[in-house]
Design a protein around this ligand. Structure first.
Ligand code: SAM
Ligand code: SF4
Ligand code: SF4
Length: 376
């Protein structure tokens, strides 16, 4: 009996993101709170760790504007591993590697390999967000071999001009070369086994009104043709450099309307803790998604923790400041101290900036941190 209950418990713990668990055990429901899985001040569990591997990027997208150089004291591979281990211990089931441009980090594959054993402790998914320009065939295969589950590639335009403008590349020739590389990256990713039909490959497009909103239908068409889910993202007011104004935002509802006029869409909804509302093409040609961070915020079940390349933990894209984790990492990682620090940080979390923005003037304490530093 004890043994059966133990097995049922283990299965439930591994299968769910919520710290409040219920299991059915011969004829009755048993509810319990998972140990070591803190809830924040709005009862939200920790589920996703977005780990930035570099603040640098080979693009200069005007809506993001990354730093040209790394901050001081970036984490080592060993320190990153300790951070991921502690975060998994606090409930993280999904690790998203990001940047800046994460493919600039030569230890990326080594990190992916090194975190594999954490799958036994609850880590279920390892994903990467990249601009794709450095993803050649060999790199795509190396990432897959290392144990990467999912890949999201940024793809903001289908013409040389729009790519050059959205990636801040200056001239049309570089736009053309980059467009070619991104399209090739999609092929390399598929060939390496990132199957879009299993959601292992997706495309992200930030849509900025007046800059690339004319790309909406061509992007959707290209994604349909490739059989890849396209996620259209509202331009966000993160950081202080990108000159964001409300006029930059094309509301997700308008994007869906435009695409739906051309190819009818049926709503699929938003998965719990997800960022995207998803729609199915009526003709069976795949899925479109929108991330409505501005017009329909989803703070209510936000479960994301961000850790920057230099080890600052942010509980929100708009948090007024990060928490430096390096005191628990140097001179050598202190796993129990790190776990306690993350658990404490998460249980004190109150952030719901995007929802507050809709009902009141945003707090003056909003983050000055840039998107490429925070990892998106
Ligand atoms: N360089 C990689 C890339 O572009 O995919 C990863 C880092 S980037 C900071 C992560 C995500 O943030 C990308 O999908 C990017 O489009 C998105 N992003 C950056 N700035 C944004 C903004 N102001 N509003 C909305 N999304 C933004
Ligand atoms: Fe680089 Fe990604 Fe920022 Fe563009 S969005 S500048 S690719 S980090
Ligand atoms: Fe999460 Fe902050 Fe974004 Fe709200 S504004 S969804 S709390 S990161």
């Amino acid at each position: 009996m004890d043994c059966l209950l133990g097995k049922a418990l283990t299965k439930t713990l591994q299968a769910s993101e919520s710290p409040l668990q219920s299991i059915r055990f011969p004829g009755r429901m048993i509810s319990f709170l998972q140990p070591d899985r803190p809830l924040d001040q709005h009862q939200r569990p920790l589920g996703v760790l977005r780990l930035s591997l570099t603040a640098r990027c080979n693009f200069a997208c005007p809506y993001c504007l990354p730093d040209g150089q790394e901050p001081d004291g970036v984490l080592t591979l060993k320190e990153r591993l300790a951070v991921v281990g502690a975060a998994v211990g606090q409930g993280v089931t999904s690790l998203r590697l990001t940047g800046g441009e994460p493919l600039l980090n030569r230890e990326l594959e080594a990190l992916i390999e090194a975190v594999q054993p954490l799958r036994d402790q609850g880590l279920r998914e390892i994903a990467l967000t990249s601009n794709g320009s450095l993803l050649d065939r060999a790199r795509a295969q190396a990432l897959r071999r290392a144990g990467l589950d999912r890949l999201t590639l940024s793809f903001d335009g289908t013409t040389a001009e729009s790519v050059a403008q959205m990636a801040g590349l200056g001239d049309r020739a570089r736009g053309e070369q980059t467009l070619y590389r991104i399209l090739a990256a999609i092929d390399h990713a598929k060939a390496a086994g990132f199957d879009p039909a299993r959601a292992a490959l997706k495309l992200n497009a930030v849509i900025v009104r007046g800059r690339n909103d004319d790309q909406l239908l061509p992007l959707a068409q290209q994604a349909r043709h490739q059989g890849v889910e396209l996620r259209l993202i509202e331009a966000m007011d993160v950081g202080t450099r990108n000159g964001w104004s409300p006029a930059d935002v094309m509301p997700a509802a308008e994007m869906v309307h435009q695409v739906g006029q051309r190819w009818p869409l049926e709503p699929l909804g938003r998965t719990p803790h997800g960022t995207a509302q998803r729609w199915r093409y009526g003709d069976g040609q795949g899925v479109l998604a929108v991330v409505a961070s501005i017009s329909a915020p989803f703070c209510g079940d936000c479960n994301r923790l961000r850790i920057t390349a230099d080890g600052q933990a942010y509980t929100c894209l708009f948090a007024s400041q990060g928490t430096d984790l390096r005191p628990w990492l140097r001179p050598v990682p202190n796993p129990s101290g790190l776990s306690l620090a993350l658990g404490r940080l998460w249980s004190q979390r109150q952030d719901r900036y995007s929802e507050e923005r809709q009902i009141e003037t945003p707090s003056a304490a909003r983050s000055a941190a840039e998107m490429a530093y925070l990892g998106g």
